[in-house]
Design a binder for this molecule. Structure first.
Ligand code: ADP
Length: 321
């Protein structure tokens, strides 16, 4: 069954910006789905449409076979969104926040479940504090609890680990894996591509509002990721026009690893041999060399032409309409 079927989704903001352009995407039930894209790709717009804070210009979205536009309250009760950040009312305790959130989803608070969430997210010792007394990490965990309080079938994680320390990140992922193993579908946006590669079983990449690719992670790594030969020299090397011409079959480029020559997906001994010989003919014998398979970050870079930006400060788009 398809958890989320997105069909021909487009979004124009009032100022004429087109943030999504005819995006169609199926998210299978039970999947752990990564939605990736460089800054400005349209990820927040898509998530905000799913969270019902931004209205789509055209297209259709079905959640477990129910139309998100016409069956809004049915859908709302089955989606939990973990936002990047939110201000809690400082005079409530985490337990009260969760009881209140249940009400917003139209459910009576289930205190057994609330206490289980508080325990699982290591908030139980702080359940009676005011939220203003909570540390940043505790507030993050409370956001997660809030998104899960109505036991949603689809959980959307919008950059849940940006700026979160390694320890907390690992514990959050353990919990998400548990939820996923219990049947919850999870849609994740993140700038940590190594995390996405490790956690997710499906991946979609969008850029400038358009879907570039969407497929199972294994298929992506098998069919899109290439291998390349890297050669390291103890002197600077240059890719002059005639060198590029000679190496054109191998799409030569320079990187931290030295000269990189693409071997393609099905590398065999003869491709390796030809690439190596061609490099030696152009640059001489390398100090060191090896073959590496692209990881998700390499593939992302190649498809979008943009580096990811863990280190960049978010521009803080206020995506409301
Ligand atoms: P991402 O989350 O992938 O960084 P966004 O969905 O925030 O991408 O933005 C996609 C595009 O839509 C960008 O060009 C952005 O500038 C534009 N955009 C986002 N929010 C608004 C808004 N409220 N009004 C106008 N344009 C917007």
């Amino acid at each position: 069954m398809t958890a989320l079927a997105i069909n021909g989704l487009s979004k124009f903001y009032d100022n004429g910006n087109q943030a999504l352009c005819d995006v169609s995407l199926d998210i299978p039930e039970g999947s752990f789905y990564a939605l990736l894209g460089p800054n400005g790709a349209g990820k927040s717009t898509l998530i905000n449409i799913l969270a019902d804070t931004v209205r789509a210009s055209s297209g259709a979205i079905m959640l477990f076979g129910h139309d998100m536009l016409t069956e809004r309250s049915w859908c709302k009760r089955r989606i939990g969104v973990v936002p990047q950040e939110v201000a809690f009312d400082p005079f409530f305790t985490p337990r009260e926040v969760l009881a209140f959130t249940s009400g917003m989803f139209g459910c009576r608070p289930d205190f057994d479940w609330i206490d289980a969430l508080l325990a699982r997210l290591e908030l139980i010792d702080h359940a009676k504090k005011n939220t203003r007394q909570l540390s940043g990490g505790m507030r993050r965990r409370l956001l997660v609890a809030q998104a899960l309080v109505h036991r949603p079938k689809l959980v959307i994680l919008d950059e849940p680990t940006a700026g979160v320390d390694v320890e907390l990140r690992r514990r959050l992922w353990d919990f998400m894996r548990e939820l996923n193993a219990a049947g919850t579908t999870i849609l994740l946006t993140t700038h940590y591509l190594d995390e996405a590669e490790e956690l997710c079983d499906h991946v979609a990449i969008i850029d400038r509002g358009k879907l570039l690719t969407a497929r199972p992670m294994q298929e992506m790594m098998r069919e899109i990721a290439s291998s390349y030969l890297w050669l390291n020299y103890d002197k600077p090397v240059e890719l002059s026009a005639d060198v590029v011409e000679k190496l054109v079959d191998f799409e030569p480029r320079l990187s931290d690893e030295g000269v990189c020559l693409k071997l393609g997906r099905q590398q065999n001994g003869s491709t390796f041999h030809r690439a190596y010989q061609a490099a030696v003919a152009s640059f001489g014998a390398p100090l060191d060399a090896g073959v590496r398979r692209e990881d998700l970050e390499d593939v992302f870079l190649r498809l979008t032409g943009k580096p990811e930006h863990h280190h960049m400060v978010d521009e803080g788009n206020n995506a409301s309409d």
